[in-house]
Design a protein around this ligand. Structure first.
Ligand SMILES: Nc1ncnc2c1ncn2[C@@H]1O[C@H](COP(=O)(O)OP(=O)(O)OP(=O)(O)O)[C@@H](O)[C@H]1O
Length: 704
């Protein structure tokens, strides 16, 4: 089984932290970041040395009602104990070290275990089941692929290869393609479907809306032209007679590829020899279809597509449970969509429509209320009399709706006034202006999907996210709109989706019922729990992070004289913290040192010490230590249940060292000349040599 990638925490990104942001501390729970402060601390017991260190000041709930909130100072070299809180509306602050945080974690852990069991069951069932191994590409496959009218993007090529390799394996494929809107996911599906049909298998493609059925039917039919492949649609658009004939063809194998909505998940549909299930926007299929989907997906290859990118942390939490490919590069000469956010005005709307008409383009105007959509269309007709305007919404009779879309496609209309029914997938390359009159009413990923309806060709596209100036914007609505306006470069789906997770609460990615638990502990910790639960459940040791206390009386920090910006100091501490984690690459700290030198010049003594202490931190963590602390004249190391051979070696090297068996700790007197402590670098080097001698984990990390 594929080793689970170690769960790199989504360590708090100090750059993104601003006062008031919520963070989650492993031990203390959900707190609010106040500011970065530097404080004088004395370490080293009796002959204490005062050094100034920087801390993140985090505020917690008051331990008693009416008191001010408790304060936690997190040293900058322990950033990895903090993660950003993502999980919906403003969370409840935890009481420091209180039982409420432990209880919230306990509840989440229980819920997580249920998910983990579910995920592993699916995985194991898939691993145990005998899938169909498709043969290598046929000559016709190459002919089909050479007929593609564009140059594939590198990600398309990689993804297509990964999909084919999965299909040729005897284990059933379960691959998710996450790609920003318009990045060419459909072409991957076309080639996978062709490969399956070449081997005599049937293919089903499930899409969320009737319009997408129509569109994908057009694409597949066009791409398969010249090959004897029967592609059929199945949705409420088909008459009873047509449906009956298609369902018969599915059963007797004369239909090779069927593209349909959840209509395909109703009873009475059985395939003669199904080999590949393609699902577009799976998360849009309601829980009522879950069982039918699971039945359909058993023992066949699955290719899921999503334009709502899956956050990295979720991808890693389910790593090994299903494969993922990402289409992150846009087709060439695709331009970012110019996005305007502001109050509605007739003047601006009229100008936008006229500009598009001037270049013979078309316009989507989204108004999401069926009851007033005709009035809006009439207003637009007055505003721009020369524009040919049509209306489309989901309550129209099926054929009338389809006819309007086809007419719009065939450029019989200039402006399509519609509800969000155009939201997913609709591909009309000539429509390059999108106007949404109440943009504040939509979630981020919905706005992103809608925006993805324009700019799918080579033309520069425009999106207008407007709101009714007579109705004030809510804080989150304003946040949403400024996020989408800020993220308008290509492939900004990830940022938009992540922000959306924050605002809408991340539950719907893992099942609505989970959102309460996610809100309780934060999205990142929740996902890490899933990953740990999955790996524990599968008998792999979850790499829990031992919280290492490393305290030496040395001046190890980044002085303001070296890096004057607080933000940049935080960024450097974060990089050091990531580079000194137990799984960090051996040269990770060297590259941090090089970067610091490049950006700020030769590091001063304090920073040299900080680098050396970071090396120590990594050594100590790799040795699984929880304590390396100077107490008085001794260095205390724990746990230190050493085998005898090591104890002998230790006594020989450090005759005055003592093992405290009951505390499973080790006390080694500090080297000092007539009571004077060695200089910082010497002390750090001495500790490095000691750890190396005892744990022989890596060559002594001598500070450079
Ligand atoms: N490599 C490419 N170069 C240029 N255009 C491409 C490329 N691949 C696909 N296209 C075109 O880009 C448009 C969008 O492709 P497609 O519909 O597959 O995107 P998508 O990722 O499925 O979008 P959505 O998420 O909206 O469904 C289509 O017109 C398609 O023909």
């Amino acid at each position: 089984m594929k080793k689970l990638a170690s769960r790199r925490k989504n360590v708090v990104d100090p750059l993104a932290l601003k006062a008031g942001d919520y963070v989650v501390h492993e031990t203390h729970g959900i707190g609010r970041f106040v500011e970065l402060v530097s404080r004088e601390v004395s370490t080293g017991g009796r002959n204490a040395v005062k050094t100034s260190r920087e801390f993140l000041l985090i505020e917690y709930a008051p331990s008693k009602r009416g008191y001010p909130g408790d304060k936690l100072y997190v040293p900058t070299d322990q950033l990895d104990l903090l993660t950003r809180y993502v999980g919906g509306e403003a969370p409840q602050l935890s009481k420091m070290g209180g039982s409420d945080w432990a209880a919230a974690k306990g509840r989440a852990r229980k819920a997580v275990r249920d998910i983990a069991v579910e995920l592993v069951k699916l995985y194991s069932a898939r691993m145990a089941s005998k899938g169909h191994a498709f043969p290598p590409d046929t000559p016709w496959q190459r002919e089909l692929e050479e007929a593609f009218p564009f140059a594939e993007t590198p990600d398309q090529l990689t993804t297509i290869d990964e999909v084919k390799a999965d299909m040729e394996r005897p284990i059933p494929m379960d691959r998710l393609i996450a790609g920003d809107v318009g990045f060419g996911k459909t072409e991957v599906a076309v080639r996978a479907a062709f490969k399956a049909v070449q081997d005599g298998k049937q293919v089903v493609m499930l899409v969320p809306t009737t319009l997408l059925v129509r569109q994908h039917l057009e694409t597949f039919t066009e791409r398969f032209a010249g090959f004897p492949i029967q592609v059929r649609p199945l949705s409420r658009f088909q008459t009873a007679a047509e449906s009956k004939e298609i369902i018969k063809g599915i059963g007797d194998g004369t239909v090779d590829v069927v593209i349909g909505t959840h209509r395909l998940l109703t009873d009475g549909i059985s395939f003669k020899d199904l080999g590949l299930v393609i699902i577009d926007e799976e998360q849009r299929f309601g829980v009522e279809h879950k069982d039918a989907l699971t039945k359909l997906k058993t023992n066949v290859d699955i290719l899921a597509m999503s334009a709502t990118p899956i956050p990295r942390t979720l991808e890693m939490a389910v790593t090994g449970i299903r494969e993922m490919s990402t289409l992150a590069t846009p087709p060439e000469d695709r331009h970012p969509i110019l996005t305007f956010v502001g109050p509605y005005s007739d003047k601006q709307v009229g100008a936008a429509i006229r500009r598009e008409l001037l270049r013979e383009g078309q316009i989507f105007y989204v108004h999401n209320r069926v009851s007033s959509i005709n009035r809006v269309a009439a207003q637009l007709a007055e505003l721009v009399p020369e524009a040919r305007i049509a209306v489309a919404h989901g309550r129209m009779p099926e054929h009338a709706l389809e006819q309007v879309i086809v007419d719009f496609w065939e450029r019989k209309f200039d402006v399509l006034v519609s509800t969000t029914i155009i939201e997913t997938g609709l591909d009309i390359p000539n429509a390059n202006t999108l106007i949404i009159d109440r943009a504040d009413k939509y979630g981020l990923s919905q706005l992103h999907q809608l925006r993805g309806r324009v700019g799918r060709g080579r033309e520069r596209a425009y999106a207008y996210f407007l709101w009714d100036e007579t109705k004030p914007l809510s804080e989150t609505a304003h946040d949403r709109l400024s996020t989408i306006a800020a993220n308008n470069d290509l492939g900004s789906g990830m940022q938009v989706a992540l922000k959306d997770l924050e605002i809408r609460g991340a539950g719907n990615l893992l099942g609505g019922e989970q959102s309460g638990h996610i809100a309780g502990v934060g999205f990142d910790l929740y996902l890490r729990m899933i990953g740990e639960a999955v790996s524990t459940f599968r008998g792999e040791v979850a790499e829990g992070q031992t919280e290492l206390r490393l305290e030496l009386p040395v001046d190890a920090r980044i002085p303001e004289t070296y890096v004057d910006s607080e933000r940049l100091r935080l960024e450097a501490y974060q990089k050091l913290s990531a580079a000194s984690g137990p799984n960090a690459a051996d040269d990770a700290l060297d590259s941090v040192r090089e970067e610091l030198t490049d950006r700020y010049g030769e590091p001063p003594a304090e920073v040299q010490n900080l680098l050396a202490v970071s090396r120590l931190r990594r050594t100590a963590q790799r040795a699984g230590l929880s304590e390396v602390v100077v107490l008085g004249q001794n260095l205390r190391i724990a746990p230190a249940d050493l085998p005898d051979s090591r104890q002998v070696r230790l006594q020989r090297m450090y005759p005055r060292s003592r093992v405290l068996p009951q505390a499973s700790a080790l006390l080694v007197p500090l080297p000092g000349v007539d009571g004077r402590q060695p200089e910082d670098p010497e002390l750090i080097a001495w500790v490095a040599e000691l750890l190396q001698a005892i744990f022989a984990t890596e060559p002594a990390a001598t500070p450079r």
